[in-house]
Write a protein that binds this ligand. Structure first.
Ligand code: ZN
Length: 140
C-alpha cells in the first residue's frame, strides 16, 4: 500500500542527543530504533518510535561539528522542532511536480539520508514556514 503523504518523523534539533534520548524514552516511553551519523548533512541522528513502532517517529538531531547547519540553527533559535518529514513513493517525480508548481526546493535532487531513505528538503518559504523533508524508502 502506498505510504505517500504519511508523516514519517518530526525532527528536533538538540544540543545533547544522549540527554534528549533519555527524556523521550524515560518520560514518554519511546524506544530508540536507529542511530546514525549522516555526514553529508553534518548530523548525528537518533530515531525513536512508539512501543509498536507504528505511527510517526521522533528524529533527534545533534550537529556533528560547528560547521553543521544544525549548529547555526541551535545558535539562532535554540533547541526545538527543526523539520517534519513526509514519505513519498517516488521522490524524483515529487520533486519535479513541486518544481513545476514553482515551489522553492533546497535539494533539486534527492540525497542519501538516514534509515535507507533518499531525501530532499523543501524551503520553508514555500511550506508555510515549516522546513519539510521528503523521504523515499529505498528498502525496508
Ligand atoms: Zn529528517
Amino acid at each position: 500500500m502506498s505510504k505517500n503523504g504519511f508523516l514519517y518523523h518530526v525532527a528536533i534539533a538538540v544540543k545533547d542527543i544522549k540527554k534528549a534520548e533519555d527524556i523521550y524514552s524515560k518520560l514518554l516511553g519511546l524506544r530508540v530504533v536507529h542511530r546514525e551519523d549522516v555526514v553529508n548533512y553534518g548530523v548525528k541522528t537518533s530515531m525513536l518510535c512508539s512501543e509498536s513502532e507504528e505511527g510517526t517517529a521522533v528524529e533527534l538531531i545533534e550537529p556533528l561539528d560547528e560547521n553543521s547547519p544544525i549548529s547555526q540553527f541551535l545558535e539562532k533559535r535554540g533547541e526545538g522542532v527543526h523539520h517534519i518529514c513526509f514519505l513519498v513513493d517516488d521522490i524524483e517525480s515529487s520533486l519535479r511536480a513541486l518544481e513545476k508548481e514553482g515551489v522553492r526546493l533546497i535539494d533539486e535532487h534527492p540525497r542519501p539520508g538516514s534509515y535507507n531513505c533518499k531525501v530532499a528538503f523543501i524551503h520553508p518559504k514555500s511550506m508555510n514556514g515549516v522546513l519539510v523533508e521528503l523521504a523515499e524508502k529505498v528498502k525496508d
